[in-house]
Design a protein around this ligand. Structure first.
Ligand code: 13P
Ligand code: SF4
Length: 368
């Protein structure tokens, strides 16, 4: 295979400054390289051995030769391409521990996206996350390994829906969850994530505020503010599956068990939880707040696998709900992204300008 030299890579970076040239694909801008040979060699086994230690509890030794060549070449090619890999907390352990440069919840990824020096961002997460990175980094090339990695919340609402809400409720501020398309963000006043939703809602003087499109997040926010919260009927297809009855069964079997839930769950689920917060809030609670030896993590189940090592002494019970969209991102697709510079996330500049305002207002909101 032909691998670009450092100098070639630096040259490409210089050439691409100023953002995507009109009509040229990312591959044309960054240049072609060949797909590497994916044989599991002794050199690859040696180079990836320390990374295997991080995932050995989740990947049987016999399967490592399948993953290792991808891990090796992704780590090599991301340097050659001048790329940074951002991974959401729900990515699988081999992505989270072996190839990600930065991991976090939606807000952390949005913030980190503004701080990276690399010219290329490979977003291992769902489409709205890649769009958010592009909004905050219009000059950078943002790739997502599978363009079909969507989100049921994001798909529940369109820009036209938001315009109708505004017409029907003039003057009511509209807060949109970051799990929405750029088209929806462009119609709204400010974004929020699960970690800052209450603070964002309270940043308005108005007594009534829209918090859309997640009905359950909005109801969970409403319990923590005196404002009247209006919402939409969007749901996360993963978190809506959890029920308070099933969680109480676990608690009945072992009263010492701690329940940690994501606020996209139904309010009756959050009501029986000992803690509710964003994915990173849940990680912080499980690893630093010493919640006890058994924790029921009520969220996408890859997350428990990702943090088992850092949460020493905690046994995670994981009712296994997987997000089919997050799971579209795989090592082979990440490698293809780097080799073929696909799939590039682009946003109409006029729309991006309006959507960016909503994201930046959130990112710049002062902590309480
Ligand atoms: P976080 O912002 O908490 O990471 O949540 C994103 C998400 O999609 C949860 O389902
Ligand atoms: Fe969307 Fe739910 Fe998947 Fe998060 S877990 S990306 S909210 S479908």
């Amino acid at each position: 295979m032909t691998l670009a030299t450092e100098t070639d890579s630096a040259k490409r970076t210089r050439q691409s400054k100023g953002g995507p040239a009109k009509g040229r694909t990312a591959l044309e801008r960054f240049g072609k390289i060949d797909m590497p040979d994916l044989t599991y060699t002794k050199a690859i086994a040696r180079a990836t051995a320390p990374l295997y230690e991080k995932v050995r509890h989740h990947i049987p030794e016999i399967e490592w030769p399948v993953h290792a060549p991808y891990v090796y070449w992704i780590n090599k090619l991301k340097k050659e391409r001048g790329a940074v890999i951002l991974a959401h907390n729900y990515q699988t352990p081999e992505i989270f521990h072996c190839v990600a440069d930065i991991s976090g919840d939606s807000l952390q990824l949005a913030r980190e996206a503004t701080l990276v020096d690399e010219e290329v961002i490979v977003q291992c997460g769902v489409h709205f996350m890649a769009e958010t990175s592009k909004l905050l980094n219009p000059e950078k090339t943002v790739l997502i390994p599978d363009m079909k990695a969507g989100c049921s919340l994001s798909e529940s609402i369109t820009g036209a829906d938001v315009r109708l809400l505004r017409e029907a409720h003039p003057g009511v501020p509209i807060v949109t969850y970051v799990n929405t398309s750029a088209e929806v963000k462009a119609e709204t006043d400010i974004c929020c994530t699960s970690s800052n939703a209450v603070r964002v809602v309270e940043s308005f003087d108005s007594d009534t505020v829209f918090c859309i499109p997640d009905e359950y997040l909005a109801q969970n926010v409403a319990r923590q503010t005196n404002k009247k919260i209006l919402t939409w009927k969007g749901h996360c297809e993963v978190h809506e599956r959890f029920t308070a009855e099933e969680l109480l069964e676990y608690k009945k079997a072992d009263p010492a068990i701690q329940i940690i839930a994501h606020p996209e769950c139904h309010p009756s689920v959050v009501a029986v939880a000992d803690y509710a917060g964003s994915t990173s809030g849940m990680i912080e609670y499980a690893t630093n707040q010493k919640p006890g030896s058994k924790v029921l993590l009520v969220t996408e189940c890859s997350m428990a696998s990702n943090i088992e090592e850092q949460a020493k002494g905690v046994e995670f019970i994981k009712p296994c709900n997987l997000c089919p969209h997050m799971k579209r991102i795989t090592l082979p697709k990440i490698l293809e992204s780097l080799v073929y510079m696909k799939e590039e996330v682009t946003i109409d500049p006029a729309l991006a300008k309006r959507a960016r305002r909503a994201v930046e207002r959130m990112v710049n909101l002062k902590p309480n």
